[in-house]
Design a protein around this ligand. Sequence first.
Ligand SMILES: C[S@@+](CC[C@H](N)C(=O)[O-])C[C@H]1O[C@@H](n2cnc3c(N)ncnc32)[C@H](O)[C@@H]1O
Length: 373
Amino acid sequence: MDRQFRCFASAAFGMEGLISTELKRLGASAVTAENGGVLFDCSLIRLFEFNLRMHFSDRLFIILSDTVCRSFEDLYQAVYGIDWSFCFTGKEAINISCKCTRSTLMSQRDCQSVAKKAIIEKTKKTTGLQVFPESGAPLPIHISVRNDHTRILLNTSGDALSRRGYRTWNGEAPLRETLAAALVELSPWHPGIPLHDPCCGTGTLLIEAAFMASHRAPGINRRFSMEDLCFSDPSILNTVREKVRSELIHGYVTGITGSDIDPDALELARRHIRQAGLCQDDILLSCVPLQQLKLEASDGVFLCNPPYGERLSDQKNCRLLYRDLHALKDRHPSWRLCAISSDPAFERSYGKRADRKRRLYNGRLECVFYCFD
Ligand SMILES: C[S@@+](CC[C@H](N)C(=O)[O-])C[C@H]1O[C@@H](n2cnc3c(N)ncnc32)[C@H](O)[C@@H]1O
């Protein structure tokens, strides 16, 4: 499992810089950001560790081939040229996804079947096998074709890394965990000072902040597709998982609190806190409209994902809520406030220009993250 690979961490738009910094901090080499992701070199063991530890990336892939394909023959040759024996024994269920953008090859279904044929023909030639039962673990391959630039990728994560495993119930417009972690990272908050989410909903921002404060690896309680492939040695991976788990600092989460107007959302937040392996005392929640919120601590950071008012009928109320966020900040003069919204009138409704702004995507929605110092 020491063999080195060129790898790719996929990223939502605007998160590439955060992912590069995290990869460098974790010790990856040859880290290079590009639109939609970050390239890096590492071994299979380190890749497993990165799957456990990374906060902001969507998925981690091994790059099996990186070339230009302008015809199905080009694609067939690219796939046939890969040494499949390291990850395919002939038993795995070949599971190919494909995305084609502005390219000569635009039929995703045809790309999938050409690639599958090439994998099978190559394996027949190298192993002599004639039967492929596809009854084993999934072999998750992704083909990305963009401007004819074609990458054949092995998905080592499986489900998106945002699926930490604690959120099994979704409230109204929950934030994806990777984006929530990015907002915590981009905010001026750091462990040790108070953090309050006045529209906490199902608690995603608070849980991600608590993970960071207690050095809990976000993926510690889930499985990754690479664990089921033939190159993985379960005892080595268990040792890595236990080492990462041992870094958890119990009882270190202090000053992380949230409130919301909706008691049902708070009930879900409590469930998620429990499912995330945190104690109810780690994150204190209260049912208070933000218009009435008054906190004791003299300084801290408000961090929130308020409603965006995408439907015209909700827009007026949301804009009044943004004005109320400003009043909340005025009642707490030493606190800083950060909020994400897709509403272009956010600053106008809030009544002040933000000191810092950053463009990010919440799913397909283009948003801005505003920080008022
Ligand atoms: C977009 S959701 C937040 C989702 C949250 N980040 C999560 O991960 O579940 C917006 C939240 O703002 C809350 N909200 C709306 N008006 C509010 C008010 N006046 N005071 C407090 N919370 C409010 C809603 O109940 C809802 O939970």
